[in-house]
Unconditional design. Sequence first.
Length: 150
Amino acid sequence: MTAAEHAPDRPQTAVAAARARVRRLLGTREDDAVPAGVADDILLVVTELVTNAARHGGGVTGFHAELDGDDLVVSVADASPALPHTRPRDDPAASGGFGWPLVLRLSSRVTVAPAPGGKTVTAVLPLRGTPGEPESDPPPPGRTEAGDPS
């Protein structure tokens, strides 16, 4: 099953649309429902990926989600070639900076791939729970992976 579509221009609308598509997609698993806590984590990752593309990536240029066995694969394309990174926490009063580490922690694998006019960030999310500890920054430019090294 897939859910793919060009994301709307407004960040709030893009986030709401992406979350709604993923929620519908997860709902198609009638015989093997996704636990509520896992669904919440998945929706958090979707929110972070779309928000980051809108805020830091020059805008969301595409969104795709599909079930693949016991995983949900989510891809968000944006208009910036700049790689995502963890922001230093030098100023404890500063807001933000938690999204990328959350994405890395809740995903079993994250891939950042160059795309025409920007990049695509793909997260593989287990439908049965959290895979492990967070990675730091993604490796150098090009096709990069973070998460499970296998």
